[in-house]
Ligand binder design. Structure first.
Ligand code: HEM
Length: 154
């Protein structure tokens, strides 16, 4: 295999990198967000994010139907933001780090993922995302995404 292109999927024999800090004290987003924004806005936000991912330098990691993938993520965020536990009901326990293990998530890739989500949030008005809660939401993404890193290297 050539080393010229980054790999986006882990081989079962690849060592798993575990962030030294563990899940860290990530503060969950404000649970009133769902009521303020509503389901459609949250789904649109995730759809915009996944479309960006689809043309990003980590697009190779998102090989399925992007709109369907964004739906699954949206269900998770809906629960996190104080809405009904649709993700749990549909897919079972979230176990997010475990669900991300098939993907080769390096610090570099995490930075790209975060950059794009933050770019979407720069358009907060489009989703009726209340500005007062943006800093803590960005901080949540920063903290939680570091727990998704499972591989060393670029
Ligand atoms: C705040 C941090 C993160 C959260 C809350 C999150 C959440 C999710 C959720 C809910 C799913 C759907 C799981 C399912 O299919 O049931 C998902 C899938 C995925 N995530 Fe994340 N994620 C995070 C960070 C990351 C990072 C940093 C990367 C890569 C750099 C990443 C890459 C992926 C990929 C490749 C998928 C599969 C998409 C597909 O179905 O095609 N995630 N994530």
């Amino acid at each position: 295999m050539s080393d010229q292109h980054p790999r986006y999927f882990r081989d079962p024999s690849d060592p798993i990198y575990t962030p030294a800090d563990g899940p860290r004290g990530t503060v969950a987003p404000y649970r009133g967000l769902y009521e303020i924004m509503g389901e459609d806005n949250i789904k649109t936000m995730l759809r915009d994010f996944y479309r960006k991912l689809g043309t990003s330098k980590i697009a190779g990691m998102f090989t399925g139907d992007l709109d369907k993938a964004s739906e699954r993520s949206a269900l998770f965020f809906i629960g996190l933001m104080g809405g009904p536990p649709l993700y749990h009901q549909t897919y079972g326990p979230p176990r997010m780090r475990a669900r991300h293990i098939p993907f080769r998530i390096t610090e570099d890739f995490r930075q790209e993922w975060l950059r794009l989500f933050n770019e979407v949030l720069d358009d907060s008005d489009r989703y009726q995302f209340p500005d007062a809660h943006l800093p803590e939401f960005r901080a949540f993404l920063e903290g939680f995404s570091s727990w998704m890193v499972n591989s060393e290297g670029p």
